[in-house]
Design a protein around this ligand. Sequence first.
Ligand SMILES: [Zn+2]
Length: 340
Amino acid sequence: MNGKPRNTFLALLATAMWFGVLALGGVLAFWAQGLNPGAPPSGTEPPAGSTPPAGPMVFPPTWTAAPTGIATPPGGTRSPGVIIEPTFTPILPFTPTPTFFITPIPFYEGPIEIGQSVGGRPLEIHRFGSGPVHRLIVAGIHGGYEFNTILLADELIAHLRAHPELVPRTVTLFILRALNPDGFARDLGVSGRVNDNGVDLNRNFPINWLADWDRDLCWNYAPTTGGASPGSEPETQALMKYVLEETRVTAIISYHSAALGIFPGGDPADEASARLAEAVAAASTYPYPPVDIGCVYSGTLPDWAAANGIAAIDLELHDHENTDFEENLGILQVFLNWRR
Ligand SMILES: [Zn+2]
């Protein structure tokens, strides 16, 4: 037990000396560091262009990232930083291309002005459907007391707009409500038959054309003419251009009044026009063959159409007042589904 205090003293002395050695080492290390406080720790290179941190020195030192976006000054000893621009082109999973949306053609369009009358009135067409088979109804080629054909056209236009299902998807139907708006505006009697040039438009087409004709047995209620030359009138020209160049219709019904029946195009009758007349006659009470009053028919629309490969008929309503709407709605279905 006597040696125990002495041993304790020796142990404390040894411990104190050990801490003293450690403290001396630390002082020496700090002194050495102070000779070059900017030097990085051994084995660690600071990033190029970086700067030592401000404030008191800490271990390990932290380095501020080199500035970027700064060009190396000419003659500079150290680059403040190098920017490596991406040299690749991002590859997208697809090549973006403009997108085109196909706007569907509306079922109905109208009125479409295809020209003007001598009096400057618009010649208006209404289109129904967008199928490849083109059909045309012409009304009011004679104004005046045939105005009920224009009223029928208006009724058909309104009905078709409300019932688009009536037009087959394979068909485009055009309705020209009044080819002679001048005569329609002038009078609802006999003097309204001709246009503002006094020309009967159904005698003006460039087929079997005559300036005048024997009218003893025909329409002789008022002066009229076939025009100055075949196809001389703007109404005739506008219709021919639209039919041949813009719509390429394959069948035409031209409405008149009254009472004589159904007249096929061609003289003698064109085969396709005669079949169309027969199909319409089978679906109606209009006379076919038509009533023959010995009239000379020169320069007519159906004859011109037939000469151009278009099946065509003149169709006369029963009188000058009624539109025969229901009967002609049935004819319309035959016409839209008829095949050449
Ligand atoms: Zn007529």
